[in-house]
Design a protein around this ligand. Structure first.
Ligand code: GRF
Length: 217
């Protein structure tokens, strides 16, 4: 029997991070298997791609439910039906209730396009440019009830270049997201990322240099 962690990816749109997770999961030694891609929006472009890949998909349109709880009950049933053990949110644009978040505590992760705790919420790149930061990036974290909160598993830094607009910066950060998210899911699925007292310990030593300068000096 496979020991890979049965993982669901939740999307609301384009799904480029989902693709990067699906592609990584095809590696023989990757510790997570994508058993379900679910969207709360019927028109999410990523769902069509997932179907073409032969993945199991579910569309659970939140607009058809009278409350968040009713939507989540339906989602929970789909997750149970597929024996899901881990959830990766990838551009999933619904806030979960504290009850759902608690049920999946330390088994649900998210990617956000900033170096948290800076620039939570939407329009991160425009706000990073406006603030004049020299380095931004992306963060993968365990999900907690507050938006874009939770113990940080992995981050990657990206330079803000002179002349960047929100689109050019978003495109460079996105390339980094596609590398960091599969790496973070690998750590979580392999049991190498443990959350304790709001911090995550990684049981793996990285040989990378520990300083990133911008401007490069
Ligand atoms: C990404 O930038 C992700 O960090 C954010 O929403 C965007 C989703 O893009 N949470 P995609 O659907 O994965 O292409």
């Amino acid at each position: 029997m496979s020991t890979k962690k049965r993982t669901a990816i939740l999307i609301s749109g384009r799904g480029s991070n989902m693709k990067s997770l699906v592609e990584a999961s095809r590696g023989a030694d990757y510790p997570a298997e994508i058993v379900l891609v679910a969207s709360n929006r019927p028109d999410a472009a990523g769902i069509g791609w997932a179907e073409k890949q032969g993945l199991r998909t579910a569309v659970i349109d939140h607009k058809l439910f009278p409350s968040r709880e009713a939507f989540e009950t339906n989602l929970q049933s789909a997750l149970e039906e597929h024996g899901v053990e881990l959830i990766a949110l990838a551009g999933f644009m619904r806030l979960m209730t504290p009850g759902f978040v608690e049920r999946w505590r330390d088994r649900m992760i998210n990617i956000h396009p900033s170096l948290l705790p800076s620039f939570k919420g939407l329009d991160t790149h425009a706000r990073a440019i406006e603030a004049g930061v020299k380095i931004t990036g992306c963060t993968v974290h365990f999900v907690r009830a507050e938006m874009d909160e939770g113990p940080i598993i992995a981050q990657a830094a990206v330079r803000v270049l002179p002349g960047d607009d929100p689109e050019t910066l978003a495109a460079r950060v996105l390339q980094t997201e596609h590398r960091v998210y599969p790496a973070a899911l690998r750590l979580v699925a392999a049991g190498q990322a443990q959350s304790k007292d709001q911090k995550v310990t990684i049981n793996q030593h990285s040989g990378e240099t520990d300083t990133l300068f911008s401007p490069a000096i």
